[in-house]
Design a protein around this ligand. Structure first.
Ligand SMILES: O=P(O)(O)O[C@@H]1C[C@H](O)[C@@H](CO)O1
Ligand SMILES: O=c1cc[nH]c(=O)[nH]1
Length: 271
């Protein structure tokens, strides 16, 4: 294309010098909400002309939010990956830092995803392209997951593990919840489903990992998904912890990723 407008990011190849703005990026942290982004970086939003996404950059670290669910993160990833390409970035590591519902593990734990699975526990993402269902691979980078697990030894105050992550299209019935506006199954059916999920190695549920793994894999980006669990779905559906506790939990993956980045940059000084 003579010109490419990254519409949802309010950036473009003719209006912005993308290599000058982003050429040194080595780490991209993506997360759901823009507020959480603000807590991460006290910086000027790069995507000022749009309220779809917010983006902040500190040296080699780019942070961007992706909203909720597969369609929202997918749009952001298309434009972000093109941005990295136009900026001539190389050796980029991309990490989704998120929240999730845990299965059979203590709330506050971190799950580093090895493979994202769908609601049938299959390690795949079904993308509809034109009128064809295209099945894409959802495995994440194993070495990166191990490196992150190693970094977690520096933050022993919360358990961290590697496991499968189930990615759904909905927060309520789609995640086997009984507390939505619609509720079409029994508590027994719900527990049977979640226990079967646990037996296949699934340790948490969220709503973006499958398309994230698939798109990053297809584009050759080393990617990881690191989510804190806010509740144990074998015990409840409602997220009923006090706001302060939830905010503290959300810091867990952030602390881990900050150690990981500092270590990679040779700037980690354990206290
Ligand atoms: O934005 P985060 O990482 O918290 O994402 C999870 C999955 C859904 O987008 C959202 C539902 O509460 O939480
Ligand atoms: O249960 C949960 C908690 C956070 N995010 C989800 O998608 N599910």
């Amino acid at each position: 294309m003579d010109e490419d407008i990254l519409y949802h990011l309010d950036l473009g190849t003719k209006t912005h010098n993308l290599p000058a703005m982003f050429g040194d990026v080595k780490f991209v942290c993506v997360r759901g909400s823009s507020n959480r982004m603000k807590a991460f970086e006290d910086m000027q939003d790069i995507c000022t002309g749009t309220d779809r996404y917010c983006m902040y950059k500190t040296g080699p670290v780019l942070s961007i939010n992706h909203g909720m669910g597969i369609p929202s993160i997918s749009i952001m990833l298309h434009e972000l990956i093109k941005l990295l390409y136009y900026a001539k970035c190389y050796d980029v590591t991309i990490i989704r830092i998120g929240t999730s519902g845990g299965i059979g593990i203590e709330p506050g734990s971190i799950v580093i995803t090895d493979t994202a699975v769908d609601s049938f526990f299959k390690p795949q993402f079904e993308q509809i392209i034109l009128d064809t269902v295209v099945t894409q691979n959802t495995e994440l980078d194993k070495e990166l997951a191990e490196e992150l697990l190693k970094c977690s030894k520096e933050v022993p105050d919360f358990p961290t593990l590697i496991g499968h992550t189930m990615c759904t299209y909905d927060f309520y019935e789609g995640q086997g919840r009984l507390d939505g506006a619609l509720c079409s199954f029994s508590n027994e059916k719900k527990l049977d489903y979640l226990q079967r999920a646990y037996k296949t190695g699934i340790r948490n549920i969220e709503m973006e990992s499958s398309v994230f793994a698939a798109m990053c894999g297809l584009c050759g980006l080393k990617a990881a998904v690191v989510c804190v669990t806010l509740l144990n779905r074998l015990e409840c559906d409602q997220i009923n912890l006090p706001r302060e506790v939830l905010l503290e939990y959300q810091q867990h993956p952030q602390k881990l990723i900050s150690i990981f980045i500092k270590k990679r940059l040779g700037r980690y000084n354990p206290k």
